[in-house]
Design a protein around this ligand. Structure first.
Ligand code: AMP
Length: 439
């Protein structure tokens, strides 16, 4: 029986895996221009981190985490034996909680220090119902800036994300930037009560989950995927009508900075994002793919209380994550073409087997000189070596036969122009390097 990758996971085959590398490189370059540097955290963290950081009442933590019990005796578990909190480990469903944990653990933002600007890239895990654009293992690239609540950080990060999409070739009119403010601990409780009261009045139109949310965390109802609930929640009180003066001023400044940078956005009072830690600015970049629940290609916001939730001193923060697979789908839908990866620049072909040892040596010399070079490993005919060279994307093929070997030369063919010329083997690497720089 052929084994398949688990449902909701996907192999990134070589062309796409190379593109994922390119994607991360572009992100590092664009975000690096704003001072962001990499931080790599473990893929597993204590379950408690996500429960405290993201919130138990969120779908991501309440329903979608892959959790394992480390070092436990299965028999004890089956008998209902107690599990130490520390032995509950979860695969990370998102990157922010781990980064904030690392910042607190290593004191990366000591008192008075400039903000820490950090970026990460890697797989995240959510036990969701798999569908196109919704996987159980998917890749994200994200940033976190900790140590200031200044609106310039919010605006800078949003602009930087839009710049990244543009650099990847996403047409501006294929994306929509939504922004909102979620308020803070001063203004949100009263707003939450207002939403709960509204939900109680409209309880008959809400699903079972939203009845539960009404008690535990009414704002989560804005995220409900049920159309009926979305219709009810569209009429709910708006957070922007309940912001305290400070939050209003902060939100106003973020918008003014976006306006100043010429970034267009829509205000969406129903945008609350799926995690509990957000305060003030939240935003999402959506594409119109006709699927409401998979339209977000990236998003994030401010989380000024999260560091304290995970045991640190007050350290305001802002971050976002963008989904690699969703962005790829959106780019494809926008007609962006991805070139197949070039595996080889120069191919060394042999007229007969006698030339193979010399061809092997030449290939190695070219590689030493920094040229992507290859040769046939299966004793193919000269004709099929040319076909292979073409398939690998080679720009030049150096042919070695008895005459060439005797003269210490190669017959160098340019695959685009079909021009051929004789080049001394000792000069081959230099010639190929010149050709490469001209192309
Ligand atoms: P979130 O942390 O939910 O805001 O996710 C950030 C981004 O990651 C989203 O905008 C999506 O592009 C992507 N994403 C989230 N969940 C999934 C998933 N299950 N499968 C694929 N991409 C996802």
């Amino acid at each position: 029986m052929v084994m398949h990758a688990p449902e909701g996971t996907r192999d990134l085959l070589p062309d796409e895996a190379l593109f994922w590398e390119e994607f991360k490189r572009t992100a590092a370059e664009v975000f690096g221009r704003c001072g962001y540097v990499p931080l790599d955290t473990p893929i597993i963290e204590q379950t408690e981190l996500f429960v405290r950081g993201i919130g138990e009442a969120t779908d991501v933590v309440g329903k979608e985490m892959f959790t394992a019990i480390s070092g436990a005796n299965l028999a004890t578990l089956l008998e209902g034996g107690s599990i130490k909190n520390k032995s509950r480990l979860s695969l990370r469903p998102e990157g922010t909680a781990g980064v904030v944990r690392a910042v607190v653990q290593h004191d990366l933002v000591p008192q008075g220090a400039p903000p820490a600007k950090l970026m990460y890239a890697g797989p995240m895990f959510r036990a969701e119902r798999p569908q196109r654009g919704r996987q159980r293992q998917f890749n994200q690239v994200g940033i976190e800036c900790l140590g200031t609540d200044d609106p310039t950080v919010d605006a800078e990060a949003i602009i930087m994300l839009m710049r990244f999409y543009a650099t990847m070739g996403m047409p501006a009119d294929a994306m929509r930037l939504l922004v909102n403010s979620m308020g803070c601990e001063a203004c949100r409780p009263a707003y939450r009560d207002a939403v709960r009261a509204y939900m109680e009045q409209h309880a008959e139109g809400l699903c079972e989950d939203c009845h539960r949310r009404m008690e535990t965390n009414p704002l989560r109802a804005f995220d409900c995927k049920n159309e009926g609930c979305a219709a009810v929640m569209a009429g709910a009180p708006k957070i922007t009508d309940h912001l305290c003066e400070d939050c209003q001023a902060h939100y106003g400044q973020v918008k003014a900075l976006l306006d100043g940078a010429g970034v267009s956005y829509h205000e969406d009072a129903a945008l609350v994002r799926g995690l509990d830690y957000y305060t003030r600015t939240v935003f999402e970049v959506q594409v119109d793919n006709g699927k409401r629940s998979q339209s977000a290609i990236g998003g994030g916001g401010r989380y000024d209380k999260l560091a304290e939730e995970v045991g640190g001193r007050p350290t305001p923060g802002f971050g976002f994550a963008l989904g690699y697979e969703r962005t790829m789908l959106a780019l494809q839908e926008a007609g962006v073409e991805f070139p197949a990866a070039r595996r080889c620049d120069a191919f060394v072909a042999c007229v007969d087997d006698a030339a193979r040892p010399q061809a092997f040596a030449v290939v190695e010399q070219l590689r030493e000189a920094g040229i992507k070079a290859d040769m046939d490993h299966q004793h193919r005919s000269l004709k099929s070596q040319f076909k292979l060279a073409d398939k690998l994307g080679a720009r030049s093929v150096a042919v070695l036969g008895p005459d060439e070997l005797a003269a210490g030369v190669a017959n160098l063919r340019n695959m685009a122009t079909h021009e051929e010329r004789r080049v001394a083997l000792s000069a081959l690497a230099g010639e190929l390097a010149v050709e490469r720089s001209e192309n």
